[in-house]
Write a protein that binds this ligand. Sequence first.
Ligand SMILES: Cc1ncc(COP(=O)(O)O)c(C=O)c1O
Length: 462
Amino acid sequence: MLPGDDRNSVAESLQLVATEAARYLDRLDEARVRPPSLFGGRREPLPEEADGALATLRELIEMADAESTRSAGPRFFHFVMGGGTPAALGADWLAGALDQIALNWVSSPFAMRLEQVALDWLKELFGLPSTWSGVLTTGATTANFTGLAAGRRWWGLRRGIDVEEEGLTALPPVLATEFVHVSATKALAMLGLGRGRVHVLPPEGVEEALRELDGEPAIVLATAGDVNTGACDPLADLADLAERYGAWLHVDGAFGLFAAVSPSTRHLVEGVDRAHSVSVDGHKWLNVPYDCGVAFVHDPGLHYGAFTTSAAYLGGEDGDRPVFGNLAPEMSRRARALPVWATLHAYGRGGYRRMVERHVELAQRLAGQIDAEPRLERLADVPLNVVCFRYRPDGVAEVELDELNRRLGRAVLEDGRVYFGTTVQDSKVAFRPAIVNWRTGSADVDLIVPVVLELAEDVGGA
Ligand SMILES: Cc1ncc(COP(=O)(O)O)c(C=O)c1O
């Protein structure tokens, strides 16, 4: 069948998917997180002739029902993963149907305008200056890449090098704090700055390192929201240092930037408005469907300089309106502004503040349950939404604890009532459930401790 022969099944295809997806989502609250069955090894050859949309979608729905991780649900505490709010999910589907290219004002004025509004709202939400440029990206990795690319351009210009034209003829020093996330070092690798060249220091060590550079411009990489604990670097102090020593301060705020949304946690990111570039995720605490991130840069000229390109066929620039294809790594871009705009429009600053506060309260509730259980040991303070702990029953030697917790971590994932894996915190294998999903409530969080204790008996830890 040709796609054109299938034209009449558009409405029926969308209705089928809407009905089945709603049914799937309705069952999320009860479902185990792990997929009911793992990939069944279906590896068919590419069909030569085929049956069109409806038959295919029915098969895909069946596969999804059997094999998809219920990561959109309330007890997926692994990684740092939000769900799609109802408004964001609907708008995301609409983005697929409209199929806009969010490149420039010729390809889609609608996507450009919504991205402009969505970014203005996000700057307001996070308390970032309205004069900064911003752009939607695929996630925090590309947002880190974008902010650090602007920093690389800044460094080049300070050294008389137009990096985008000439390439790298030297390399900037990069100082990172111990919370640095692997995505930021991946971004440095992609930028040709070399992840192995990063000096990782405690925040107190940054000043001495800058002093030793003796006025050479450097990039300082800070984190708001350590992935293991939710802890934030002292951004105001680092901003002071960046100012004093003429450095570029990039803040990876993938989820931690949401601390700015509530008066009770705002102090954790105080000073972020004095950074030079900031990244945050959309598919984490903003709860828009994958994939979405945001990069903000304090100097739009440097941001454009890092990503602008043009060709005769692409169409002219339109005055001072932002051309997002010239602020992002990609040119052809999905209209990610639709879900971002829709969720902010639907729930507003108040809705996000209350959601963040509820998640922070739930993290405190879990921390309290862990502290009250002698067989569990909390390994870090809980400033935000991540609770880091391990199983530590009496009578098990310290050297055996890592292996025991690894076994327990595998059992938690296989069991699937709650879902989180292990990490390493202070050289100890530990769990780090992260509470980010708008659906998560106290009943979901209250399952964590009993499930861990029950499975610990099964893996021979009691
Ligand atoms: C602090 C931090 N930065 C960056 C990332 C990477 O984000 P993404 O997977 O959206 O690229 C994460 C993901 O957990 C994170 O916690």
